[in-house]
Design a protein around this ligand. Structure first.
Ligand code: GAP
Length: 514
């Protein structure tokens, strides 16, 4: 575990050193849980967004996109339930004065039981070697069964407390489990209180009378309030979806783990409108589609899993997360929710406008049901970086850090390097760049030895390094070096477009989805 924490620290440092992510306002000592994306980060982020947007909007003829405003009428947030119910249960440690989310403290405690079981399994697997039967071991090991029983009891108690919104019980669980503050090491806890996560601001000058408005905590509501606009102008027939990518804001009190939990972040959300009664069928459909979308990137199927929600949000009748194995455990990257007709019905009620769909096949009007897929761009970014970060021993005494990013998402697709800074090699390299730059993000690099240049490109996940040498001037061939295998091959420069294109093609990736 400590080793994994070290890896995570290295990833955070790597992000800064190589222009992926910087703390916001750093020269003023930063702003908590707010981050800026650097020159490589923004490219990776844009590629993630393109992968999502095209997979939704281009590959599905019944899904269209919108871009709604961040500021919205404040009644929207009353209707959606966010004013009254978008809360986190918080608890303070009286000695360290540190504030925690009570639910997170308990979930971490549940994860500790899982870790204990995993350790027992690993120990036995080592002892018994090839003859080890995990299922049998789990069914017979007294230690595992004890841990499992404690875990299940805690889980059931926690799920009930969350569903009942029972803050006293949450506190009691923390006391009974003897959970201590990681800073002070004491169990001196306050009561648990609810804290609303929305940021608010004023719109209009005070002289004219101002209105309190909220920074949206999710992009979804911008889709709901535009349901009729899009359905009518696009002549959309149910089932259909509306997709959106945009910023969201939450005053997260316990903002930790780098860009995992931020106060300003970006979401990619799609609301899929369906007939009442068909929502659970579509929920299963989108669960599968979204998991395939993740797996198609080739980061290892074993690194993803579903996690069904214990506590359903106020609007949902089914909900699952897609989790990714981060260095700090399996964590939510995406949520798939069956939101019933809650949001559209609420907007109908609060706005006084009829929000219904006339279904020509059924010859009836109804408020559609909704399946939502909601993924954080920043969390997706973090999961990709964590999965890609690799430290490798190369040769006898050398190591390299390489980001084994899916090539299609890499910020830079190829680096073109003249072997030396003379003899017409830089000019030839520029010529190749000028030819490739219309199709790919390519970089020119002439500084330092070729070995150092390779390492720099490995560190930002560039799939190809192309070296221009004296032979290039004679026969037009270059050396192309592949990031993961480090194998080098001599190829005609005229073939570069096709070689790079094949490996970094969105089209090839999209074909895997259909
Ligand atoms: N519209 C539904 C909704 O917003 P959510 O589970 O609260 O559901 C969806 O958020 C996704 O947004 C999460 O799976 C996560 O990827 C991302 N997300 C939520 N809060 C975040 C935060 N504070 N920082 C970064 N990403 C966040």
């Amino acid at each position: 575990m400590a080793q994994q924490e070290d890896v995570f620290k290295k990833i955070v440092a790597h992000c800064k050193e190589y222009g992926f992510v910087f703390p916001s306002s750093e020269i003023y000592d930063g702003l908590g849980a707010v981050y800026d994306y650097g020159q490589n980060g923004v490219e990776l982020k844009n590629n993630i967004k393109r992968y999502w947007w095209d997979a939704m909007v281009k590959l599905n003829e019944n899904i269209v996109g919108i871009d709604s405003a961040i500021f919205m009428h404040p009644t929207i947030w009353k209707a959606s339930g966010h004013v009254d119910a978008f809360n986190d249960p918080l608890i303070d440690n009286k000695d360290s004065k540190k504030r925690y989310r009570a639910d997170v403290l308990i979930e971490e405690q549940i994860a500790k039981y899982d870790d204990k079981i995993a350790k027992e399994v690993a120990k036995a697997a080592k002892k018994f070697g090839d003859s080890f039967d995990k299922e049998k071991f789990l069914a017979t090991s007294v230690h595992c069964q004890e841990h499992q029983a404690k875990r299940d009891a805690l889980h059931a108690r926690y799920a009930k407390a969350m569903n009942d919104n029972d803050l006293n019980e949450l506190r009691q669980i923390i006391i009974d489990e003897e959970i201590v503050c990681p800073i002070s090491g004491t169990k001196n806890w306050t009561d648990v209180r609810q804290f609303n996560l929305m940021f608010s601001t004023e719109m209009g000058s005070t002289a004219e009378g101002s209105m309190k408005i909220f920074l949206r905590p999710e992009t979804a509501q911008g889709i709901f309030v535009n349901f009729l606009n899009v359905q009518k102008t696009g002549r959309m027939k149910i089932p259909f979806g509306i997709a959106q990518i945009g910023k969201a804001f939450r005053n997260e009190i316990v903002a930790r783990q780098f860009i995992f939990r931020m106060r300003e972040f970006e979401q990619m959300e799609m609301q899929f409108f369906v007939r009442p009664g068909e929502e659970l069928k579509w929920f299963e459909h989108w669960k599968k589609v979204r998991l395939n979308w993740h797996k198609a990137l080739g980061m290892g199927d074993e690194n993803y899993r579903y996690h069904d929600h214990d506590k359903l949000a106020h609007y949902a009748n089914a909900a699952t997360d897609i989790e990714f194995r981060m260095p700090f455990g399996f964590k939510e990257v995406e949520g798939i929710h069956s939101r019933t007709n809650f949001d559209l019905s609420q907007h109908q009620k609060y706005s006084g406008k009829k929000i219904q769909y006339f279904d020509p096949e059924l010859n009836e009007n109804y408020v559609p049901y909704v399946i939502e897929t909601s993924i954080g761009v920043d969390r997706m970014f973090l999961s990709i970086l964590c999965g890609a970060y690799t430290e490798e021993v190369v040769g006898d005494n050398d190591t390299r850090v390489v980001l084994k990013l899916p090539a299609v998402l890499s910020p830079v697709k190829a680096a073109i390097m003249p072997l030396v800074k003379k003899d017409g090699l830089p000019e030839k390299a520029r010529e190749i760049i000028n030819d490739l730059k219309f199709d790919f993000n390519v970089q020119y690099d002439e500084k330092d030895s070729i070995g150092k240049r390779y390492r720099r490109q490995d560190a930002i996940g560039t799939p190809f390094c192309i070296t221009v040498d004296h032979q290039t001037l004679e026969d037009g061939t270059v050396t192309i070096r592949e990031r993961d295998t480090m194998e080098q091959e001599r190829v005609p420069a005229s073939e570069l477009r096709s070689i790079i294109g094949k490996k970094t093609s969105f089209t090839e990736l999209f074909k895997k989805l259909s």
